[in-house]
Design a protein around this ligand. Sequence first.
Ligand code: PRP
Ligand code: ADE
Length: 174
Amino acid sequence: MQGIKEKIRAIPDYPKPGIMFRDITTLLQDARGFRKTVDEMVQPLAGTRIDKVVGIEARGFILGGAIAHQLSIGFVPVRKRGKLPWKTLSQEYQLEYGTDSMEIHIDAIQPNENILIVDDLIATGGTAEAAIKLIRAHKGNVVGCSFIVDLPELGGRKKLEALGVQVLSLCEFD
Ligand code: PRP
Ligand code: ADE
């Protein structure tokens, strides 16, 4: 079987000129590729107690839901502003131009719960940093952040490690 990295499609100039978009749909549509991805995203944390998975909108929902099912634990969505129906806590994060915010339900995380954050890709790390702040505001422990893809030149891994968070990824692209 091709490796996980080889199953990720590169789309030049999407969504803007100059961006090489890393499209994981080609990996997820492959049954063995999807299963291997889910297995490898949690394998380094074997033996660590994880109470809940937090998945980041949108592709973190697909991966996080599968991982939560695999581990027989609960799933919590972190969503973009205005999408969650109940009371929320919000955290701003930087976009290329301006800011946006991510939200979590106020009753989603309990103090001292061990949380694994899941998304498809880390670039600048701003989105994952917002999720970490939301979990820590509820006194949850972030035991790791797991991604399929790391874009190391954009510095996200270092940003999260500076916050004391373990970062896992399955492959890197320049
Ligand atoms: C992508 C990706 C991560 C985020 C990473 O999502 O799925 O969530 O960017 O970027 P960062 O490390 O620089 O914060 P995007 O913001 O494109 O939103 P989408 O999932 O709604 O497409
Ligand atoms: N999010 C930020 N940069 C990205 C990229 N190059 N591919 C996919 N998602 C991204």
